[in-house]
Design a protein around this ligand. Structure first.
Ligand code: DDH
Length: 288
């Protein structure tokens, strides 16, 4: 137990759970980042609903969305921390874990503010289908991310999170990592998007792109790109940003820090005490 509000103690404990020798590439970091993103990425600007406030993924309606398959691993990693620091809300813990993991994996420091609440009733849960579908292309990316209030540059910057982690056939139907060092935050994703010869993967699974990393041996794992990743170099407005971020790591780090901070604030409005009150949350209109 720590003093309520001692977020440094929580940060330390998040860092301590990152190392997971038997899990994936040895780190819980990537899946924690994905948890923070999926908790936030349900936001809809027009109806002002969704977002990380409320921690709706604890409930089947949101947690059971096929888009969220596998994120129970992230929540299980964080459960002992919630038990130890019971004063922190899940909504704060999930978003904080994402920013702590990114920095611990060599990424930028990202501004994070507390105050999210856990209260949700059914009418506040976002409907399923608000998260992106990896099988689609640029128009879908715009449809989904414009709804959250992001622009083309921000879409490309956010997508750089795919420097981290991997796809799991039993979670999403896609398979493999985007880069060689999936637990080290970098701009490698953009470099590889531009540099490698991406070809449709020969397998029975979902359509995805595959390529051998430069200098890889035959038994080395292939790298992958989702159709939505590949769309970033096919689209005239996205591609220049891929090029900029491939060339300029510092620009990517600084733009990523800004856009991730914006992501985890979507739909979080605090009152004068700093608490994001559930009664400020809007009900999801029935036609949505
Ligand atoms: Fe992603 N992502 N993501 N992603 N994502 C997957 C894994 C990870 C899409 C689809 C997938 C973002 C954007 C998109 C991370 C972070 C972020 C997987 C594989 C799919 C599929 C899941 C699995 O099989 O376990 C699509 C589509 C988009 C898009 O349309 C742009 C964004 C914006 C972020 C972010 O964090 C800002 C991370 C990290 C992972 C690796 C998870 C893991 O377990 O490892």
């Amino acid at each position: 137990m720590s003093q309520p509000g001692d977020f440094d103690a929580v940060r330390k404990d998040i860092i301590a759970v990152l190392k997971q020798p038997k899990y994936d590439d040895g780190s819980a970091g990537p899946v924690l980042v994905r948890l923070a993103w999926h908790a936030s990425g349900t936001y809809c600007k027009e109806t002002d609903t969704g977002g990380s406030n409320g921690a709706g993924m604890r409930y089947e309606a949101e947690g059971g969305d096929p888009a969220n398959a596998g994120l129970q691993h992230a929540r299980v990693f964080l459960e002992p921390i919630k038990e130890k620091h019971s004063w922190i809300t899940y909504a704060d813990l999930w978003t904080l874990a994402g920013v702590v993991a990114i920095q611990a994996m060599g990424g930028p420091e990202i501004q994070w503010k507390p105050g999210r609440t856990d209260f949700v009733d059914d009418s506040l849960l976002p409907p399923r289908g608000r998260l992106p579908d990896a099988a689609q292309a640029a128009d879908h990316l715009r449809h989904i991310f414009y709804r959250m209030g992001f622009n083309d540059q921000e879409i490309v910057a956010l997508s750089g999170a795919h420097n981290l982690g991997r796809c799991h056939a039993d979670r999403s139907g896609f398979e493999g990592p985007w880069v060689n060092s999936p637990t080290r935050f970098s701009n490698q994703y953009y470099k590889l998007l531009l540099k490698l010869q991406w070809k449709p993967k020969k397998w029975d699974g979902n359509f995805q792109y595959a390529a051998k990393a430069p200098g890889a041996d035959d038994d080395d794992e292939e790298l992958m790109m989702l159709p939505t990743d590949y769309a970033l170099i096919q689209d005239d407005k996205f591609r220049p940003w891929v090029q900029k971020y491939a060339e300029d790591r510092d620009l990517f780090f600084s733009d990523f820090a800004k856009v991730f901070a914006k992501l985890i604030e979507l739909g979080v409005y605090r009152d004068e005490t700093g608490i994001a009150r559930a009664d400020k949350m809007k009900k999801v209109p029935s036609e949505y």
